[in-house]
Design a protein around this ligand. Structure first.
Ligand code: EPZ
Length: 424
């Protein structure tokens, strides 16, 4: 069992290179299944969800090799279209292998995905979209068997909610389906555009990604991009390191991020009283003295304020002067970090969608546990600004989405280390 040990109170100083985006690399890795040939990717984040996806690809018969952030996947020959439950349960993103496998082999057997416990997280929109394209899907005792005996047929989908995963699954199923597919009310996240760029590089006829309406003309097959494909920077990791500076004080230069992907987040740091400068693909942040409360933060689909940054921005606001109201509109159970922050001395009243954060002068270190990926990262931020030592267990949650978070922060002056405790 590993935990992070953080001595708070030391301002940060230095620069951080933004890692590749977790939520971009995962759908691109699933999309490799559609390519008959060797795909090469660059800027793949070294995080456990990426390794989990690579294990799924290998289990399907792909030849996967990697060297740090470079990864190659050769799916010329697939030996299976079944994904065992242990692999499916490692993360949420395993569900989008459904669209890719149906598109490539016309069948697959999988089960409900894993992922952070943020609420029910059903896959009804995924299933109904695949059925609409001609797949026959049975769900017995948690085993989801999918076949497309006549192949997949393009069709018009109007999503009741701009689901990121459902949009990605339909894109993957549609690129080699017969005829045209149109997705209305599609998700607009930058990760959707990254997937669209990858699929176009493979020869897919796809347009409109990033807008609410995506049109796809099915092609016979996809071939690997002629050049290594670059994964976009992780906007939530960038927001996390900005929040580390907002909590600990000091100054950081967040490099090689995509400031345009953070247009809903940057103003909140400025409202708090941080000084930010955006130039090119970099964001400079400086913070000294006590922060101020921000206007109400409502999580929305992109380009609104991202739900994944909700916990991250709550951390610095716990000690800001004044009260900030959060409204979580995307997931039903995404305040699990609030209890842990309260045990550090925060004053957070969370009920249903709403959390009211009344700033206290200081947080205090304690022994705590990461409740999920972003909640765990938020506790790291809070601990950097807290008085005394904080121990955070459940580091495996944090490792799902952040590359060696303790190495990155220690290089910027944080007193943070990772220790391994022998199982009792
Ligand atoms: C993706 O999850 C991200 N994960 C999440 O990031 C992110 O929070 C979320 O999108 C929203 O932006 C990956 O990309 C791997 P959704 P996803 O489908 O696809 C409901 C992180 O921390 N819904 O847009 O699962 C669902 O319950 C993770 O990096 C249905 O009801 O999100 C939720 O309330 C956490 N039926 C809402 O839609 C469905 O069939 C948004 O879910 C699908 C979704």
């Amino acid at each position: 069992m590993q935990k992070l040990v953080i001595e708070g109170g030391t301002p940060l100083f230095g620069e951080i290179i933004t890692q590749g985006a977790k939520n971009a690399v995962l759908p691109v890795l699933a999309a490799c299944v559609l390519c008959e040939g060797k795909v090469t990717l660059r800027n793949c984040p070294c995080i456990s969800d990426r390794y989990a996806s690579a294990r799924i690809l290998s289990a399907l018969g792909a030849k996967v090799t990697a060297d740090g952030t470079h990864l190659s996947a050769d799916c010329s020959v697939l030996s299976s279209d079944d994904i065992c439950s242990s692999l499916m349960k490692t993360m949420r993103s395993s569900i989008i292998f459904m669209g890719a496998l149906l598109g490539r082999t016309g069948k697959c057997t999988l089960c409900y995905p894993g992922g952070c416990d943020l609420g029910p997280r059903p896959i009804d929109m995924h299933i109904s979209a695949m059925r609409k394209m001609g797949a026959v899907i049975s769900d017995e005792y948690g085993v989801i068997s999918c076949t497309a005996p006549e192949g997949l047929k393009g069709c018009r989908h109007s999503l009741s909610f701009p689901s990121v995963g459902a949009t990605e699954n339909i894109m993957l199923a549609a690129v080699t389906a017969e005829g045209e597919t149109v997705i209305s009310n599609a998700a607009r996240e930058p990760e959707i555009c990254c997937l669209g760029d990858f699929l176009r590089a493979c020869g897919a006829k796809i347009s409109g990604d990033g807008g609410g309406r995506i049109a796809i003309e099915g092609v016979k097959k996809l071939t690997p991009p002629p050049e290594p494909f670059e994964i976009i920077p992780d906007r939530i990791a960038a927001a996390t390191y900005l929040s580390c500076a907002a909590c600990a004080g000091g100054e950081l230069l967040i490099r090689d991020c995509a400031p345009a992907h953070l247009e809903a987040v940057i103003p909140v740091f400025e409202q708090m009283g941080c000084r930010l400068r955006v130039f090119g693909s970099n964001i400079y942040i400086y913070k000294k003295g006590r922060l101020k409360a921000a206007d109400t933060i409502r999580t929305m689909v992109y380009p609104g304020f991202p739900t994944d940054a909700q916990a991250i921005l709550m951390a610095p606001l716990c000690t800001a002067e004044g009260t900030t109201v959060f409204v979580e509109n995307i997931f039903e159970n995404r305040y699990r970090h609030a209890d842990a922050m309260c045990r550090m001395g925060a004053d957070i009243r969370a009920e249903g969608k709403v959390a009211v954060v009344t700033g206290v002068p200081r947080l205090y270190g304690t022994a705590t546990a990461a409740p999920d990926l972003r909640g765990g990262a938020a506790l790291v931020c809070a601990a950097l600004g807290a008085a005394g030592t904080t121990e955070i267990s459940g580091v495996s949650y944090i490792d799902r989405g952040y590359e060696e978070i303790e190495r990155v922060l220690a290089a910027a002056g944080a007193k943070i280390s990772r220790i391994t405790e022998e199982k009792q």
